[in-house]
Design a protein around this ligand. Structure first.
Ligand code: 2AM
Ligand code: CA
Ligand code: CA
Ligand code: CA
Length: 274
């Protein structure tokens, strides 16, 4: 079976398992800080997907948020980058508005992206060069918009950071309105569906964007970091994704005029990559 169909099936199956067990009591632990949670469901879902992939494709590489593949240093072979539950806080507090996110890369080239909105049973998926779909309905190419008539999404947390707020405030002010959904993977999908025009964030890890990136690009979205640079699929980065017009407006009017400050913030946040 081709990898694409296989991925689709195992992600659906993992999602079905989450729906069936969602009312069972969760074991919740904290990670880097008291608001950074992980549950047994995050870990079990990653384990389930990992075991399924390895049983069929033992030679594939798997990088996951909850521990698999932390030693992966290059993109050779078939690489699955997975977030078993993107939007863990939504999962814990709301039991909805979270997704399974997977991006598959072959020898470093984008191959396919999946973002499964588990509780709504909506699979967003894209095969590079062939388009993107919501279940079996193809998504249209997105339309250009300008910031002042657009909904954008971002986490309000970034407005509380002193240096960043100077850059962020004028964007929030100019946009028609701002949304905060709490799942990066679904935020990429919102842009791909055209229900928001852009998504901005200061830090995502590879598993947060590996799947959504491919879906958004397949319908014409532009994805870079806040400095306009393309993303390395193995490194954390800032992200701006949007239709071509708004992406260009955000970079030229709002981000690049603060290039030196942004470079300083990036160096502080991503010391490893300089
Ligand atoms: P998670 O739920 O898989 O942890 C919430 O605004 C979004 O940011 C979610 O996609 C969440 O992914 C991600 N996120 C949560 N904590 C983060 C952190 N410390 N660094 C980067 N992204 C984070
Ligand atoms: Ca997490
Ligand atoms: Ca995530
Ligand atoms: Ca996660």
């Amino acid at each position: 079976m081709e990898i694409y169909k296989f991925a689709y099936q195992i992600i659906k199956e993992a999602g079905r398992h989450i729906r069936e067990t969602i009312d069972e009591e969760l074991e919740i632990e904290t990670k880097s800080n008291p608001n950074d949670l992980v549950t047994n469901m995050d870990k079990e879902t990653e384990e389930r997907l990992f075991n399924n992939i390895k049983a069929t494709y033992p030679e594939h590489f798997i990088l996951g948020e909850e521990g698999h593949g932390k030693d992966i240093e290059n993109t050779k072979g078939v690489l699955w980058i997975m977030d078993p539950i993107d939007g863990t806080l939504n999962f814990v507090h709301q039991k909805e508005n979270f997704a399974i996110s997977i991006g598959i890369y072959i020898d470093g080239k984008k191959y396919a992206g999946f973002v499964y909105d588990v509780m709504n049973d909506k699979m967003y998926h894209a095969l590079v060069g062939k388009g993107a779909w919501q279940n079996d309905k193809q998504l249209k190419q997105i339309e250009n918009t300008e910031l002042k008539s657009s909904l954008i999404s971002t986490n309000p947390l970034w407005l509380t950071k002193e240096k960043l707020s100077k850059i962020y405030m004028p964007i929030i002010d100019e946009a028609r309105s701002t949304r905060a959904y709490g799942s990066a993977a679904l935020d990429f999908v919102h842009v791909a569906r055209g229900i928001t025009s852009a998504y901005l964030t200061m830090r995502l890890h590879p598993w947060d964007f590996a799947g959504g990136l491919i879906i958004a690009e397949e319908v014409g979205a532009v994805v870079t970091n806040l400095l306009g640079q393309s993303l390395n699929i193995l490194e954390a980065n800032s992200i701006v994704v949007g239709n071509k017009q708004i992406h260009d407006e955000l970079l030229t009017q709002y981000f690049l005029p603060h290039k030196a400050l942004l470079e300083e913030i990036h160096t502080e946040r991503f010391k490893k990559n300089g």
